[in-house]
Ligand binder design. Structure first.
Ligand SMILES: [Fe+2]
Length: 274
């Protein structure tokens, strides 16, 4: 057992269920848009949709909570997430401002927990942000934290959460902003056969792929979506969404991507950059 970990009570089957709500890119101004989508409003619609899942243990929020770095955007994030009546565990993305993020989320009661445990699982949340740049990097400290946590719990199935994508997604403009030291990360987790999956945000699209026995999963943003396999910046017209994950007692991950009504939040089809 990890002394810093939060213990989550699994359901009667021993399973844990999570909602991943990611890349909200909120503004203090609820009328402000990112590439055509009013991000506070699409986030609200996603949270409302996600409230149909009554059996979850927590929300996992994998970064880029704010687009304007305002304390208001972080407190609005908390306010809406709290309507789900679940604890929310979070990590920063490249767009976040941690000096504002941390006190704002703590003030709203969103704990700074980075390890979650149940009888059969542990979830580890990492910080891959390099302030001021879009790509990701795990510091020596973060890699050490990951390794220590894996060593302490060799028998629990493990889900690792990190904002930046670890494997290339096949879009040159996004892959330049990948987790830069992905080789170090992959080498580190290799000896730990209990690592089941790595869950990310950042790429604003749904991917679920297997490499060397580990699943690498990414999830739609609650606002704009990026077109898969496009070397240049390109928006996808698919709707904002989120992910439901069930981590079973037997070590499996069952997951589904959910999206809100496609026509409610059209993107700016002429946008050429982000
Ligand atoms: Fe993002």
């Amino acid at each position: 057992m990890n002394s810093k970990a939060v213990q989550l009570k699994a359901d009667a089957q021993g399973d844990l269920a999570f909602l991943q709500i990611t890349d909200t890119h909120l503004f203090a101004d609820r009328e402000k848009d990112l590439l055509g989508i009013k991000t506070v409003q699409s986030f609200e619609a996603v949270v409302k949709h996600a409230s149909k899942y009554k059996n979850c243990q927590a929300v996992l929020s994998t970064g880029d909570l704010s687009q304007d770095h305002s304390a208001q955007s972080y407190s609005d994030f908390s306010k809406h997430i709290k309507t789900l009546n679940l604890p929310c565990y979070w990590l920063p993305g490249n767009h976040d401002m941690q000096s504002v993020m941390l006190p704002s989320l703590l003030a709203e009661g969103l704990a700074q927990t980075k390890v979650i445990e149940s009888e059969y699982w542990q979830v580890i949340l990492l910080d891959s942000q390099v302030e001021g740049v879009p790509h990701g990097l795990l510091s020596a400290l973060q890699l050490e934290f990951l390794q220590q946590t894996l060593i302490e719990n060799p028998n629990k199935n493990t889900l690792i959460c990190v904002h930046h994508h670890v494997l290339p997604v096949g879009s040159a403009w996004l892959d330049q902003h990948i987790l830069k030291n992905n080789d170090a990360f992959l080498d580190l987790i290799k000896p730990f056969s209990n690592v089941a999956a790595v869950l990310s945000g950042h790429v604003h699209q749904a991917i679920d792929t297997l490499k060397d026995g580990v699943r690498f999963i990414t999830t739609p943003s609650t606002c704009v979506q990026f077109k898969p396999n496009s070397d240049d910046f390109s928006l996808d017209s698919v709707a904002p969404g989120y992910r439901y994950l069930r981590l079973t007692a037997s070590g499996e991950i069952e997951t589904v991507v959910e999206r809100i009504n496609k026509d409610a939040f059209p993107v700016d089809a002429d946008a050429t950059g982000y």
